[in-house]
Design a protein around this ligand. Structure first.
Ligand SMILES: Cc1ncc(COP(=O)(O)O)c(C=O)c1O
Length: 441
């Protein structure tokens, strides 16, 4: 195949830069393999160590990954490329069920109006967490059994997770993550130079034996989604949460456990949290899914040291999450109409999940969707299944975005499905899956 890009430069940084350019311009596509180091060294006229250093830089920035004997290849969603250039577009006319988004018609943030003069300006030097938000968050977290003595606010769940991880971990450290798991978290780990240690999940959450194996492999941190696991919809059952708590509590004091609670309010299942165990822990409750992703706000609870580290570092960056946003969040949490809308959303999502899973089961296709916004369907061949589904007018998300070493699948976001879409969608999924050989888990 003719090479559509040119690697150039004399130092590691400039060679890496030229490859980054080619990735952003689309001349090097996700999955493309980079040429062998020796070849590039000969072509550019530099030492092999320089090219190896350039490849290492790209790997540490989350642009490429090592693919065993197949060499080094461009990541699915290279962390150095802005979203606008990623080309994840869905063809015109297709019904887009690939996004993972909540239903915009069910988001309280759409109705926010700030009355003039209602906000007291927050100045430098004030507390990073507004007194009202702290009071509200404490009450709701404590009611859910999550210790709320130490709190901060971050710009969403992923920001909170990143801040907690970087408070303790260094490039090269291992982090146990769900497999399949949330694509953005996997991309974040790569961009931080952290190494993902896969832990398979079933509908009740991470498998105990797999988590024990990850711990034996020396992970420094564990990230678990308590409900609405993305992409499978898994939710920690009481038993699984109890077993995980015992397993994790028995570890050395330096293990960090981060719980991603991104779907509070609309998960559709009760919370069985890991919060409080072991000594270093963090629980991130995001407002994105229930109130609107644009709120960019999450409450982070944890042990004192963890929250202090996050606070201290936040102070040296954005400083704090805007008091305006905090005020809007508190306003929404205490507003009756907003609460009714969130309850309606939770019911609608639960009904869409169970109707789609039942329609698929009737047609002999296994699917998972215990909680949250998505249904996960194991398939034999993702590319074929996704293409067939797209030909029938439905865009689903390919499982490759979420998988490390688990079998293929595809994710369908059910948030804005209308009830008369369920049967035609199930028919199309059956066609797509049967065409690739049926598979159940
Ligand atoms: C597992 C998981 N955590 C967190 C988030 C997003 O949280 P935030 O918008 O607060 O960063 C998502 C969004 O899809 C998610 O799937």
């Amino acid at each position: 195949m003719p090479v559509q890009y040119r690697i150039s430069g004399k130092g590691a940084e400039s060679i890496a830069g030229s490859i980054e350019e080619a990735i952003s311009a689309g001349r090097l596509a996700p999955g493309d393999t980079l040429p062998p180091i020796r070849e590039v060294a000969a072509q550019v006229g530099v030492n092999v160590n320089t090219v190896a250093a350039a490849y290492r830089l790209l790997r540490d920035r989350g642009a490429v990954e090592t693919a065993g004997r197949r060499g080094t290849r461009v990541r699915d969603r290279p962390a150095t490329t802005p979203r606008s250039l990623l080309g994840l577009g869905v063809p015109a006319g297709a019904r887009d069920l690939s996004t993972g988004n909540p239903n915009p018609a069910l988001l309280p943030i759409a109705n926010v109006r700030l009355p003039a003069g209602s906000h007291t300006p927050v100045l430098y030097g004030e507390s990073a967490v507004s007194a009202e938000l702290a009071e509200f968050a404490r009450a709701t977290l404590t009611a859910d059994g999550v210790g709320a003595d130490h709190l901060t606010v971050t710009s969403g769940a992923l920001d909170g997770i990143e801040r907690v991880l970087t408070a303790y971990l260094r490039p090269g450290d291992r982090v146990a993550v769900e497999d399949p798991g949330w694509a953005n978290l996997l991309d974040l780990l790569a961009a931080l130079g952290l190494s993902a240690e896969p832990v398979r999940v079933d509908d009740d959450g991470p498998l105990i034996l797999e988590m024990a194996r990850a711990l034996r492999r020396g992970v420094r941190a564990v990230v678990v989604t308590s409900r609405a696991q993305n992409p499978t919809g898994a939710a920690l059952s009481a038993d699984r949460a109890g077993a995980l708590r015992s397993l994790l509590a028995g570890r050395s004091g330096e293990l960090l456990v981060v719980e991603d609670a991104h779907c509070a309010g609309i998960a559709g299942t009760p919370l069985h949290s890991l919060a409080g165990s072991p000594r270093r822990w963090a629980f991130v409750r995001s407002a994105s899914k229930a109130y609107g992703p644009d709120l960019r706000l999450a409450v982070l609870a944890g042990d004192r040291r963890t929250i202090e580290r996050v606070h201290g570092r936040l102070r040296l960056g954005p400083g704090w999450v805007s008091g305006l946003l905090q005020e809007i969040a508190v306003g929404l949490w205490s507003d009756d109409a907003a609460t009714r809308l969130v309850i309606e959303a939770e019911e609608r999502y639960a009904s869409n999940r169970s109707q789609l899973c039942a329609a698929l089961a009737d047609r002999g296709v296994a699917a998972h969707g215990r909680s949250g916004l998505n249904v996960w369907i194991p398939v034999t061949d993702e590319a074929v299944a996704i293409t067939r589904l797209l030909n029938a007018g439905w865009a689903a998300a390919p499982g490759t975005r979420f998988r490390i070493s688990t079998p293929p699948g595809m994710r369908i976001t059910i948030a804005d499905l209308a009830s008369d879409e369920i049967d035609p969608l199930a028919d199309a999924v059956v066609e797509a899956v049967h065409g690739t050989g049926r598979r159940s888990v």
